[in-house]
Design a protein around this ligand. Structure first.
Ligand code: SF4
Length: 65
């Protein structure tokens, strides 16, 4: 499983960072930054689904293998 962040859609609510600081950071403009590349470890996959479901702009997608 991988995560994809569409920076064009992100409006900087920072909900992703609040829910999963292991997966997201925030840049100086308040926009989300994805911290992980490639396959997610098993222990982060549930969180990945949680943040994708909670992004109000639908900017986060879970890509299942
Ligand atoms: S929750 Fe979505 S819109 Fe908000 S900062 Fe994260 S990616 Fe951007």
């Amino acid at each position: 499983m991988r995560l994809h962040l569409d920076a064009e859609k992100c409006q900087g609510h920072n909900r992703c960072y609040a829910l999963a600081p292991e997966l997201f950071d925030v840049d100086d403009y308040g926009q989300a930054v994805l911290l992980v590349e490639g396959d997610l470890p098993t222990e982060l996959q549930e969180k990945a689904r949680l943040v994708a479901a909670n992004c109000p702009e639908f900017a986060i997608k879970v890509l299942e293998d």
